[in-house]
Design a protein around this ligand. Structure first.
Ligand SMILES: C[S@@+](CC[C@H](N)C(=O)[O-])C[C@H]1O[C@@H](n2cnc3c(N)ncnc32)[C@H](O)[C@@H]1O
Length: 213
């Protein structure tokens, strides 16, 4: 029980830090937090990835990939003919990300070093941009969405998984730092995306999809 509470506190801390550029410099600490086994129970990575209905051969960008917690199941879903671009501003995550992927027998994850204001993705390269617990770190989002849209193939999608601000939950950033469903929906609509969502799959988080028209 003590170990479980410690793990929850660690994961909570991982998201509780304010979003400054040096936030994630202590890579071993964050890898341990993001890969913590108890996360699976509420994060349900396989169910999230299944819900996204990815197809073999597709290209996915995991924006703010960190240890690749979501890159790995998405890479398995798109298969050897597909790719996951694991996009990060903190290059210290790349060695553990590659090691964890290789350990799972996954060889279709490529790392991309991003800037804070640019994912550095080629134009029309990507079927899905996946953003878990990272959107609130991005400043100047209207301009950033334009860059993401350019990177999407026709009818490509952006998926955001993030914490409900109004719920009392044992993990995640401070309520004041969380983005609401209404805010992300409005931002996506303003960006000219067609919006849909799943508000019930996960206990602590919503999923919002924005599709390029
Ligand atoms: C809370 S972690 C999310 C980790 C991962 N998505 C997961 O679900 O396990 C946020 C990550 O986003 C990265 N990040 C922050 N701002 C970013 C940006 N503008 N572009 C790409 N990555 C960014 C951080 O370095 C950090 O690894």
């Amino acid at each position: 029980m003590k170990k479980m509470l410690f793990a929850l506190a660690l994961v909570g801390l991982a998201w509780a830090e304010p979003h400054r550029h040096h936030d994630f410099k202590d890579v071993p600490h964050w890898v341990e937090a993001f890969e913590e086994k108890s996360r699976d129970a509420w994060q349900k990575p396989q169910e999230v990835v299944d819900w996204l209905e990815l197809s073999p051969g597709q290209v996915v960008a995991d924006l703010g990939a960190a240890s690749g917690y979501f890159s790995r199941p998405m890479a398995q879903k798109v298969g050897p003919a597909g790719w996951v671009f694991a996009i990060e501003v903190e290059p210290g995550f790349f060695p553990p990300l590659h090691q964890l992927a290789a350990k799972a027998g996954i060889h279709n994850v490529a790392t991309v070093l991003a800037s804070f204001d640019d994912p550095h993705l080629p134009d029309e390269s990507t079927d899905l941009v996946f953003i878990c617990d990272t959107l609130h770190h991005i400043e100047g989002r209207p301009a950033y969405y334009e860059k993401l849209k350019r990177a999407l193939k026709p009818h490509g999608r952006i998926a955001v998984v993030d914490f409900f601000p109004e719920r009392d939950i044992p993990v995640g950033p401070k309520k004041s730092e969380r983005l609401s469903v209404e805010q992300v929906t409005k931002e996506f609509e303003d960006a000219g995306l067609e919006v849909s969502s799943n508000l019930t799959l996960l206990p602590y988080q919503y999923i919002i999809l924005g599709q390029k028209k």
